[in-house]
Design a protein around this ligand. Structure first.
Ligand SMILES: *Cc1c(COP(=O)(O)O)cnc(C)c1O
Length: 223
């Protein structure tokens, strides 16, 4: 894999205003540095322990996006180290991130993760569930989080129409929440969707963050 060339290629193809997150989970600090040296600054990680270990070794101006399922007992370790936690998938997690951020004296930017794909294994709020939660207004007392938007994944399928429908649903939900003044969001402006296999479609459907792993770094070897 020519990491630098892959990054340059994707950057040429994405329109202005779309942020590329290089998903570096399961890849070494050396490979991340290769991408960094090609100008890449946003990276995505999905496991807390692995992230913490690599983060220590790498330049401090990297913007880390946490994109994996976050266990509540690991929240504390992440606070202050991420630019965006994209995978907030429960009210309890949101509450904990708020509490730990308060202790750390910082405000943490987050996205809500949505579940729209067909697979049962994916985490996230169902759209109706998220709307109900937002209507409860509970999050309004959380002063140490900044809710920036939504993250989601399309179904894992070759059916382009199905993928498009998933993205379109996320986009509609994003616009609905963004435009409803009663939710009181000040900078709800990120829609994170699209991965190696489907990012062009995601951008067509309104994504402004794409999360690309294997198309940059090659296949992951799961350990
Ligand atoms: C692993 C992962 C990606 C990147 O997947 P690729 O297919 O390698 O591009 C994107 N988003 C999330 C949430 C992931 O876990």
């Amino acid at each position: 894999m020519n990491i630098a060339a892959n990054i340059r290629q994707i950057k040429r193809e994405i329109p202005e205003g779309v942020e590329l997150v290089a998903v570096s989970k399961f890849h070494s600090a050396e490979m991340i540095l290769e991408a960094y040296n090609a100008g890449q600054r946003n990276f995505g990680e999905s496991r807390v322990q692995e992230f913490i270990e690599k983060e220590k070794l790498l330049p401090k101006d990297i913007k880390w996006h946490f994109i994996g399922h976050l266990q509540t007992n690991k929240v504390k370790q992440l606070i202050g180290k991420t630019s965006l936690i994209e995978s907030v998938d429960s009210p309890r997690l949101l509450e904990l991130i708020n509490r730990e951020s308060e202790k750390g004296g910082i405000v943490t930017d987050i996205l809500f993760q949505l579940h729209v794909a067909k697979e049962e294994t994916k985490f996230g709020f169902y759209p109706t569930e998220l709307i109900e939660y937002l209507k409860s207004g509970e999050y309004k007392s959380f002063k140490f989080i900044n809710i920036r938007g939504l993250m989601g994944m399309a179904s894992n399928t070759d059916d382009q129409e199905r993928i498009k429908e998933d993205f379109s649903l996320l986009h509609n939900l994003f616009e609905t929440i963004k435009e409803d003044a009663s939710f009181g969001f000040k900078n709800f402006n990120y829609l994170s969707m699209g991965m190696s296999s489907d990012w062009p479609l995601a951008i067509e459907e309104g994504a402004n963050i794409i999360r690309v792993g294997s198309a940059i770094f090659g296949n992951r070897v799961y350990t």
